[in-house]
Design a protein around this ligand. Structure first.
Ligand SMILES: NC(=O)c1ccc[n+]([C@@H]2O[C@H](COP(=O)([O-])OP(=O)(O)OC[C@H]3O[C@@H](n4cnc5c(N)ncnc54)[C@H](O)[C@@H]3O)[C@@H](O)[C@H]2O)c1
Length: 270
């Protein structure tokens, strides 16, 4: 018995990184999965690797008609969606004093407006069916401030707030909406390319075998768990929220960050 048996899931930004891990894990747990991305060839490769329970769809999350086409293709192929992971996102350096305003708007358009349109289009179909789970991927940058990436942080705080409004509006219609807040995760967004997204994390106190993750583990080395997260660790939390195990969870933040927002580590400094 899989934890998503009989469910249809749409995962955006699923051509690589965390979205790929979510698509693969959801399919392994019995879901039929739509691998939605602007990167058509990598999305097709992910769907082909999963097999008949996956289908790649072109989706630009910032474009409303693209969402309507993706929903229609999902319904035609697999039936009405039960799960939506609004995972697609972009990161750019946007210091307050020097950031380009057009770049600031681009980040909001993909990360925040894209999440909004996804909830409106797919959430509408879920509400009509009287059931569904939406997982909006925010960030620890949606819980605290982070310097140099203000547009990204603003977009992820927006996703967190929007999630709460959506949970209140859609809860009576049978649709749960939660936000997921990863810390630093070893994906292409942080420069990790060619790593297996289903690879298990290194055991506590050991170093990763995969040289591709060395830089990001170093970047994130001051968090309590002393390493970056792995895509599969985020996918397991998304799986919980997608499944009926989370049947009474809505409107809330779920963090998977190695303890990074727990507080300051003062040991050895006082
Ligand atoms: N990697 C991290 O440390 C980290 C931390 C916190 C939150 N996040 C968030 O997690 C999510 C996944 O990030 P990741 O690290 O796997 O990134 P990634 O860059 O590896 O993957 C992101 C995917 O989104 C797709 N995408 C970008 N713009 C799109 C658009 N307009 N329409 C459809 N797809 C689009 C990309 O093509 C890519 O396949 C993002 O929302 C990101 O902001 C990442």
């Amino acid at each position: 018995m899989g934890r998503l048996d009989g469910k249809v899931a749409i995962v955006t930004g699923a051509a690589r990184g965390m979205g790929e891990a979510e698509a693969r894990l959801f399919a392994a747990e019995g879901a039929r999965v739509v691998v939605a991305d602007v990167l058509d060839e990598p999305a097709r490769a992910v769907a082909a690797a999963i097999g008949g329970s996956a289908h790649a769809v072109h989706l630009d999350v910032s474009d409303e008609s693209s969402w309507r086409d993706a929903l229609a293709e999902t319904e035609a192929r697999f039936g009405p969606p039960d799960v939506l992971v609004n995972n697609a996102g972009v990161l750019a350096v946007t210091p307050i004093l020097t950031a380009d305003v057009a770049e600031f708007r681009r980040i909001l358009d993909v990360n925040l407006v894209g999440t909004f349109i996804g909830m409106q289009v797919v959430g509408g179909a879920m509400a009509a069916a009287g059931r569904g789970s939406i997982i909006n991927v925010s960030s620890t940058g949606g819980l605290v401030g982070q310097s140099t990436i203000g547009a990204y942080v603003a977009s992820k705080w927006g996703v967190r707030g929007l999630t709460k409004s959506a949970a209140i509006e859609l809860g009576p219609l049978g649709v749960r909406v939660n936000s997921l807040h990863p810390g630093g995760i070893a994906t292409p967004m942080l420069g990790v390319v060619g790593s297996d997204v289903m690879a298990e994390p290194p055991a506590p106190g050991t170093r990763a075998d995969d040289p591709a993750t060395a830089d990001v583990d170093e970047l994130v080395s001051r968090v309590p768990l002393r390493r970056a997260g792995r895509p599969i660790e985020v996918a397991r939390l998304a799986l919980f929220l997608a499944s009926d195990d989370a049947s009474y969870c809505t409107g809330m933040e779920f963090t998977v960050d190695g303890g990074s927002v727990a507080g300051m580590d003062l040991s050895g400094r006082l």
